[in-house]
Design a protein around this ligand. Structure first.
Ligand code: FNR
Length: 338
């Protein structure tokens, strides 16, 4: 059996294969209330029918002001759980494990309301200037992550991923490019890590399932965090009991990036081995053969598939065919699957 189709366990959760649907904002909450629409069901459930091992939601806001856009999914109030429960029931019925990506956009929120960040620095010339977060704002946001984790559990998710990448709020604390604070949340990398560390601690008071964290492993700026800083953060995440680091890159400051097949895998591999933690590789992974190479060479434990899964909900089936393997069929499709 190809490694791509070998099951893998994280704590009490078994993924039937190593294929993860990468979190992708769909900007489709038409009532701007953070609630799922019929589109979301079609979108996520079709990937579960397509035998994706782990279906992860798009960035889901822990506070309304933490949305990237008014159409983002949300989990900032208990009312959000009923739709998410139903989604989990559907996804599980096709054998997929489920994850929710918990997020706060910080200064990258494109909303009419006030926006917040560790320091009052806009992303670029056309962005609004955020308000520097007070220690009260920080406390309130940490509690919002905890409440969101409790709601994730009540909704039946198997895994939580914290979005600490792409220049959103947590990443804004981690990076010296965006964090100019002089209190205990800024300055040294120990201090810049404190916000994420406290979010993890508080989530763990209500959540004992697998916890993933997505980070931007490269900030594409000389003055940004280095690979060595990233390995330091990964070691801290490991000490805190995080189960997997999802290794993305970019988004912290405007930068030109030259993406090529597997362009983020090298850093993913370095973090996996230097910090002794499981990792997920993402970014222009498009074929079964490419995914199998990454897993067999022990460069990552999971592959996260984004745009290829948008193009083809049956990506898992196509990848299996490339590797000469027949994956299990959804029972309704058994007669026409292979
Ligand atoms: C994304 N990406 C993304 N990442 C994330 O952590 N949370 C998110 O909500 C989103 N939203 C999003 C929307 C859309 C439409 C795209 C295309 C991408 C990034 C995504 O998860 C992935 O990391 C990248 O797309 C790179 O992987 P692929 O697409 O090359 O497989």
């Amino acid at each position: 059996m190809p490694k791509l189709f070998e099951p893998i366990n994280f704590k009490n959760v078994t993924l039937k294969n190593r294929i993860t649907m990468s979190p992708m904002c769909m900007y489709s909450c038409t009532a701007q209330d953070g609630k799922l629409t019929p589109f979301h069901f079609t979108h996520y459930v079709s990937r579960a029918v397509g035998q994706t091992g782990l279906v992860m939601t798009e960035a889901t806001a822990v506070l309304p002001e933490g949305r990237i856009s008014p159409e983002d999914l949300g989990i900032w109030e208990d009312e959000h759980t009923s739709g998410l429960k139903e989604l989990n029931r559907e996804l599980h019925s096709y054998g997929s494990a489920t994850a929710i990506q918990l997020a706060h956009a910080g200064r990258k929120a494109r909303l009419d309301s006030k926006i917040y960040a560790p320091s009052a620095i806009p992303f670029n010339e056309s962005s609004d200037t955020p308000e520097e977060m007070s220690s009260e704002d920080i406390k309130r946001t940490i509690v919002a992550f905890k409440d969101a984790a409790r709601r994730s559990k009540e909704s039946g998710f198997d895994i939580i991923e914290i979005h600490a990448a792409h220049g959103y709020l947590i990443n804004q604390f981690l990076s010296p490019l965006t964090n100019k604070r002089s209190d205990e949340y800024g300055g040294s990398r120990e201090n810049r890590y404190r916000f994420l560390s406290q979010i993890i601690d508080t989530i763990q008071t209500v959540w004992d399932g697998p916890l993933f964290v997505r980070i931007s492993t490269d900030e594409y700026s000389e003055a940004g965090n280095s690979l060595e800083d990233m390995i330091y953060f990964a070691e801290q995440l490991n000490h805190q009991g995080v189960d997997l680091i999802d290794c993305s890159s970019g988004g912290v400051v405007p930068a030109s990036i030259n993406p090529y097949p597997g362009y983020q895998v090298k850093r993913c591999e370095a973090i996996k081995h230097k910090a002794s933690i499981s990792t997920g590789a993402v970014g222009l992974i498009t074929s079964g053969i490419q995914a199998e190479e990454i897993l067999q060479n022990d460069r990552a434990d999971l592959v996260f598939i984004g745009r290829s899964l948008l193009r083809n909900p049956y990506w898992a089936k196509a990848a299996a065919e490339e590797l000469g393997y027949s994956p299990e069929a959804p029972k309704q499709y058994e007669r026409g699957w292979n």
